[in-house]
Design a protein around this ligand. Structure first.
Ligand code: ATP
Ligand code: MG
Length: 444
């Protein structure tokens, strides 16, 4: 078993070794290399103290990233590399941070503080893999297992609860039985963890290859972050358009959309308002009138609570708002959507609608219609047809020259002309638009 070490990481190990210190690549990068994934970053663990590491790399830029925790970042071949002193975590009294960290000379002790066996592997280009806790076998079997006693490990740091199911989603692994029981038992401790850290794990989980499966298996854990999910679980929709309950439908729709944070988050939340909008008609059929708007209101609470950035929040709110909008495959109507959402936003909305559709009753499949809409939108964009004020052949200055005063009336007239172009009542040509304007608007 071999890890393909990038030269900057190999160089760092050689330099530390030459200065008399042990050094290995550790953690996620070893795990990912062994299963053929491309590691995000390479981390090094070493017996050198932070001061000693700084001395070894004194000719290079060094950042004291977290020197009290033993981490310095060295810029090698232009790439940042974190080098952390072997350490033992002390007592955890708050379920979040070790009260203090102690440095050690033993690699095994450093590996023992790591969360899961597959993350507790080290590799050295000459000495090979160091596997003290059965991580290689678990990697081969596709198992997430705590290093040591699960109860103690989740109590020390409850973020590991989210990390456990996040790795299950990313790697497609299952949780070892004792680890899973303990993980569920300790899920309520997630309440102690900072929202930012939970959000990072949630997004990675949602973007994982097995997100759908993990969502279906662990609603109890996710409800610690988003309790609003719970009423969806097992909620019978009582409508021929659906074959799943609201939560199953949600999970399938997450799996049906591409792995992108905004799209996956939208699918998770698009129907969250459904349970509170449920009505049954005289035929016994269920309806969820107005659920889009209710979902939006709930997302307005949920997304800031999880400290999502403004861009993500605004995009998700828009997509949730319109996920259920009726869009007809007609050019002028599609141009209005392109104007309202921008081409990127409209493309996202169509992806949302396709994923939503894929998780409903296949008898009512509407994907052909959605694909026709996408094709028409592409044609509009390719022809560079006008659908927004920015490409209208007249602007505010032109209209002021006609005598329309700046202000509300001017804005309305521009919109009026844009609609005329979109509806093909007038071509997008300056002279003809001004003529059209004179004819149909009262010019003072
Ligand atoms: P990725 O970077 O792909 O998200 P990773 O496993 O590299 O996953 P990091 O957060 O970069 O995760 O952490 C690097 C390593 O540090 C992990 O592989 C693990 O060995 C250890 N680690 C990280 N967080 C914890 C934690 N909360 N408890 C114990 N060990 C941890
Ligand atoms: Mg990492």
């Amino acid at each position: 078993m071999k890890v393909h070490l990038p030269s900057f990481a190999g160089q760092a190990i050689s330099r530390l070794n030459a200065a008399g210190f042990d050094a290995y690549v550790v953690g996620g990068c070893v795990r990912d290399s062994l299963i053929g994934r491309v590691p995000d970053d390479w981390d090094i663990a070493s017996s050198a103290t932070p001061e000693q590491t700084k001395a070894v790399f004194e000719d290079l830029p060094v950042i004291e990233t977290g020197i009290q925790h033993g981490t310095v970042t060295v810029l090698l071949e232009g790439r940042p590399l974190e080098i952390t002193t072997y350490r033992l975590d002390g007592q955890y009294s708050d379920g979040r941070h070790p009260d203090q960290v102690h440095f050690t000379k033993k690699l095994k002790e450093d590996l023992a503080r790591r969360d899961f066996t597959v993350n507790a592997l080290a590799y050295h280009p000459r000495l090979g893999i160091v596997d003290c806790f059965g991580g290689v076998e678990d990697l081969q079997q596709g198992v997430i297992r705590c290093v040591g006693e699960p109860d103690r490990r989740f109590q020390e740091d409850a973020l590991r609860v989210m990390r456990g199911i996040r790795f299950a989603s990313q790697l497609g692994f299952s949780l070892e039985a004792k680890t899973e029981i303990s993980l569920r038992k300790h899920a309520p401790l997630l309440q102690k963890i900072a929202a930012e850290r939970l959000r990072v794990e949630l997004v990675k989980l949602l973007c994982g290859a097995q997100a759908e499966k993990v969502l279906l298996n662990f609603p109890d854990v996710l409800a610690q972050l988003i309790p609003e999910l719970l009423p969806m679980v097992g909620f019978d929709q009582r409508t021929p358009y659906h074959i799943y309950d609201v939560y199953q439908h949600t999970a399938h729709s997450v799996g049906a959309v591409e792995s992108d944070p905004i799209l996956r988050l939208t699918m998770l939340l698009h129907d969250i308002g459904k349970p509170s909008c449920f009505t049954v008609d005289y035929k016994g059929q269920g309806h969820f009138k107005g659920h889009g708007a209710v979902s939006v209101r709930m997302c307005e609470e949920i997304l800031p609570r999880l400290r999502f950035d403004n861009h993500t929040t605004e995009r998700v709110l828009k997509l949730v708002k319109y996920h259920d909008a009726v869009i007809e495959p007609r050019e002028n109507l599609i141009k209005r959507w392109l104007n309202r959402l921008t081409p990127d936003g409209f493309e996202q909305l169509m992806k949302v609608k396709l994923a939503d559709n894929a998780a409903q009753n296949p008898i009512y499949d509407r994907s052909d219609c959605y694909r026709a809409i996408i094709r028409i939108a592409h044609e509009i964009l390719q022809r560079e047809d006008c659908f927004s004020l920015s490409s209208l052949a007249v602007n505010g200055d032109d209209l002021m020259e006609l005598g329309i005063p700046a202000g509300k009336k001017l804005g309305e007239t521009l919109q009026f002309l844009l609609q005329a172009v979109i509806d093909e009542k007038c071509v997008n040509d300056r002279e003809q638009l001004l003529e059209y304007c004179r004819k149909y608007r009262q010019i003072p």
